[in-house]
Design a protein around this ligand. Structure first.
Ligand code: ADP
Ligand code: MG
Length: 605
């Protein structure tokens, strides 16, 4: 028998390898642009024709290559970026495998022109299907231009598998976006079929995001900045209110390398969880900086997957960083409680010409009853009586509405906001910028949620001793689940011990429970934990805080005293997220003075 094993010629090996690295024109775009960045370019121009099938050209002003390197760069595993195995653990460059150019040359017609600073003239090399066809001197500026023509010319199957030009172009734009996002200090252009699609000037990340996605992003972004000794996270998230219904701008990078990481994505989604509707997606542009030794990027040839040594740590830091950014954006600056609660009315033209008047406060007369029989309207005054203040008229006309009661009936200290309850469900109060209407249940839900989270963080939950320890018996499965939750439950004030495989003794309950039923609360907690079971301590905490807060918060249709209302509103605006309840619902609405003025003016004139 003859031996049957042969070594494949390099050109064939490269062609096979190319299938892995170069799947479509966009892959070429990515590899060439990354090479230009690795070469230290400050300006990179990309030109494509027919969605990259006819032409892909990348020009940079980077370091260029010597004549020898220019020939060598097409060899498989030719790389200037690593030389020994240990280098793999300290990779800072985008490329390192030395297979991109070899792969591209195997399946396309490649022209390389390159010149270093120290060389008088550049070199031009034409390589087709891994064969050098031509080498000449080329007068040119310092830098490198790669021109790739007729991609997959010798792999018809591949070529036929390409999607429509529009789809391939989308892939190219996506790669272009990923590369340009994390390199805002570099200028880029993208020209397709003679039309310039992007012209990105050097700047900072925010300017780059705006350059790519539009100037409207200016007001939509929240900065994320978190430095720890193991992981640094920097970038932007899109404010919750601009979350999109389609998976929009979600960009993760590790050491500036674009990655897909469903688990870390979950950390962000989770941080937003209670702030955006279930069918919307958070947007983000975040770079996670880690010691290259803490990651393994080598697990996939197209390198969008990364293994972290300690992914749970990264998850926790990322989650905290995003929470912090959201918290700092707390909408409360809009709502200023420090000022006395006068309405700050601007009567506009109505009173501009008149004497300065004392700004009216909203009078609250506790004895006032609109349904009282004694209140008799003068019918004629309804017909045309309550006139809107006339232009240049007496600015005091508005007092007619109250029969001048404002003068005597000021039941509250004017320097403090007043609180009214509407329909036993909403707290109504004035703030500097208008009229604030707060859902009492959702507000309290948020307040307690953050309180319980803090207690768990600081291990400071107050427990109230039960006079008679209560036994709590469950089935074996539920008992073991409850045992998993014990550490966190203890932190919020539950004092429990397990006396046998199915029974716990409840010796103490959270102080906030005040008379509530601890057993039904624990059952609810278990029920929710069964739905969202997780190994992550962080999420267990969130779950417990949420269930406790939901159960213990004031419900709608409950009468509240003014003190209670004041306390809820005060605490709400001390929360890190005041706008949205833990279940994603909006907690309050603000009727601004502008809106009020607008409505009244339209009706009155
Ligand atoms: P890798 O980037 O993994 O090293 P490539 O096949 O992409 O492998 O590139 C091979 C080598 O060619 C690089 O290591 C680099 O030395 C050189 N090179 C490629 N593109 C450029 C460029 N635009 N400017 C300067 N050198 C380049
Ligand atoms: Mg490369």
């Amino acid at each position: 028998m003859l031996d049957v094993i042969k070594l494949l010629p390099d050109s064939v090996a490269n062609q096979i390898a190319a299938g892995e690295v170069i799947q479509r024109p966009a892959s070429v775009v990515k590899e060439l642009m990354e090479n230009s960045l690795d070469a230290g370019a400050t300006q990179i121009d990309l030109v494509v024709k027919d969605a990259g099938k006819a032409l892909i050209m990348v020009t940079d002003n980077g370091c260029g290559m010597s004549e020898t390197d220019a020939r060598l760069c097409f060899e498989r595993h030719a790389t200037s970026k690593i030389s020994k195995a240990e280098d793999l653990f300290s990779i800072r460059t985008m490329g390192f495998r030395g297979e991109a150019l070899a792969s591209i040359a195997a399946i396309a017609q490649v022209e390389l022109k390159t010149r270093r600073q120290e060389d008088e003239v550049g070199v031009k090399i034409i390589n087709e299907g891994s064969v050098v066809k031509e080498q000449t001197l080329a007068p040119m500026a310092v830098g490198t231009t790669f021109t790739i023509k007729n991609l997959f010319f010798n792999v018809p199957a591949r070529r036929n598998f390409l999607k429509s030009p529009a789809a391939e172009m989308r892939h190219i734009v996506e790669e272009f976006t990923r590369v340009t996002l994390m390199n805002p200090e570099v200028g880029f252009t993208l020209t397709s079929d003679g039309k310039e699609l992007y012209h990105l000037y050097p700047g900072n990340l925010k300017q780059r995001i705006m350059g790519l996605f539009g100037n409207s992003y200016d007001g939509k972004l929240l900065a994320v900045n978190q430095d720890t000794d193991r992981v640094n996270i920097h970038g932007y998230i899109v404010k919750a209110e601009f979350a999109k219904k389609t998976r929009g701008e979600q960009y993760f990078f590790v050491n500036k390398r674009f990655i897909k990481h469903p688990y870390l994505h979950h950390a962000i989604e989770n941080a937003f969880m209670e702030m955006i509707p279930k069918d919307s997606f958070p947007g983000y542009f975040l770079n996670i900086e880690v010691d290259p030794a803490d990651i393994d990027v080598n697990i996939h040839p197209t390198k969008t997957e990364v293994n972290f040594l300690d992914v749970k740590l990264v998850y926790a830091i990322l989650h905290a960083a995003v929470r912090k950014a959201i918290g700092q954006n707390n909408l409360s600056p809009m709502i200023d409680f420090d000022e006395p609660a006068n309405l700050g009315f601007d009567f506009g033209e109505v009173v501009k010409s008149s004497n300065p008047i004392v700004q009216p406060s909203v009078p609250i007369d506790p004895t006032y009853n609109p349904f009282s029989q004694k209140r008799e309207f003068n019918k004629s005054s309804f017909g045309g009586g309550f006139k809107a203040p006339e232009r240049n008229g007496d600015p005091g006309d508005w007092r007619l509405l109250y029969g001048d009661r404002t003068d005597q009936a000021t039941p509250h200290d004017d320097s403090k906001p007043h609180y009214l309850q509407l329909s036993q469900s909403y707290i109504v109060t004035t703030v500097k910028s208008g009229l604030l209407v707060v859902d009492q249940h959702l507000a309290h839900f948020r307040v307690l949620y953050e309180k319980f989270l803090k207690e768990m963080e600081t291990d400071s939950g107050h427990s109230q001793q039960e006079l008679f320890p209560q036994p709590f018996t469950l089935n074996v499965n539920d008992a073991s689940l409850l045992r998993e939750l014990m550490p966190e439950l203890q932190q919020v004030g539950f004092a429990m011990e397990q006396v046998n495989p199915t029974t716990f003794m409840i010796n103490g309950t959270p102080a906030d429970l005040s008379g509530g039923d601890p057993i039904s609360l624990l059952e609810k907690m278990l029920e929710n934990y069964k739905i969202n079971r997780t190994d992550l301590q962080l999420e267990r905490k969130l779950g417990i805080a949420k269930t406790m807060a939901a159960q213990l918060s004031v419900k709608s249709n409950t009468a509240l005293s003014e003190k209670e209302m004041e306390s809820i509103v005060d605490q709400l605006f001390g929360c890190s997220v005041a706008e949205i309840a833990p279940d994603g619902k909006k907690i309050y609405t603000l009727l601004t003075l502008d809106e009020i003025n607008g409505k009244l003016k339209i009706e009155n004139f």
